[in-house]
Design a protein around this ligand. Sequence first.
Ligand code: 5AD
Ligand code: SF4
Length: 429
Amino acid sequence: MNFSDSEIVTSILSQEGYEYTRDLALADIIFINTCSIRENAEERVRKRLEYFKSLKRKKPGLIIGLLGCMADRIQTALVEEEQLLDLVAGPDAYRHLPLLLGQVGTGRKAIDTILSVDETYAGITPVRFDSNGISAFISIMRGCGNYCSYCVVPYTRGHERSRDAGSILNETSDLFTKGYREVTLIGQNVNSYRWTSPEGNMDFACLLEKVAAVHPMIRVRFATSHPKDISDPLLHTIASHDNICKAIHLPVQSGSDHILERMNRKYTREQYMERIMAIRRIIPGCAISTDIIAGFCDETEEDHRQTLSLMEWVRYDFAFMFKYSERPRTLAAETLKDNIPEKVKERRLREIIELQQKLSYENNNQDLGKTFSVLIEGESKRSKSQYFGRNSQNKVVVFPKTDASPGAYITVKIVRFTSATLIGEVVKS
Ligand code: 5AD
Ligand code: SF4
């Protein structure tokens, strides 16, 4: 989400004549794009700002701006008390950046953290930097209306709103023409995508189908799905298109009903399992990944064991795993006690990570001897004589270089593996 925001900001400022550089020594303006979803992200930002302040001592005209989710929360402290910042812009204020930059140094505070009900940055073509030229993210929604009790997103990024379907399709075609071969449609809960226009209503399944129809050679991925909204019709759409990838990210957060209710996730363990069975039934061979939080308020050893047993049951291919950190303003911060000792959270998280490593390894073992169509993304970081890419299931595959170039599809047979990577041989170019 954050990465996509940086691309939007770069696009807005390029149109005003500003140039993008990665070289801090060359920069006259430094923006730090922030996320406050977990606590350690905020600590990292503060450290980084201290460093930028030292740069400013050497180059007094340097402008330092803070963008994104943390803007609203820490603006006052950082601008006034610590004087670390010249400019602050929240996630819906990027179109005002040229104006805000003009205000720096005039005595007027260059701060805009107002959240919008309709800003989606439709019509802004993000400048793709740090890109391999093959795969790109397309933001299709902003904000979130789910109010999971631990989560700060609805407060920092505002209400859920969908982006104009036409602008998403244009962006996909444009990327394809420029040589891109994979797009990932991103939003906090893509399943609740809705676009109403005079031509009719469009839901996520319909959007996915239209994006896939841009060209059969472009792969389509999406994230994140909410278990309460992932419907059978959507699963059938995924199953019936070769270029819609067979990988679903379905955050479970906890395997215990007692905790799911406290988290305000709006599904039970049983309902979640029913959705997993539907995925297995409708899309055989589909990879499933998840997000898990360890040590949420009132989590007992039994709740934790339920999370481990659900992981074993689903046999996730991949997981993002976190220790609960209380975020200000959330429902949990206001109504529940963050009462699991740090050491217990750490131990539970460790057990979850160890189990996931075992599951990833066992799942990769199942891929031994199988052949996959792999989209070549570039040279492997470990060896100049090898390429890396991904299969439809989003697994990284490494294989010896051939004449084919990045952006091409290649058939690879898996001959070895680790818990993170599949290693293969080229079957045919
Ligand atoms: N503490 C720990 N993890 C969190 N996440 C969101 N908020 C918190 C929090 N307060 C995790 C969830 C979510 C992912 C993006 O970040 O697992 O799915
Ligand atoms: Fe946060 Fe829940 Fe929305 Fe995800 S669905 S962004 S966890 S509130």
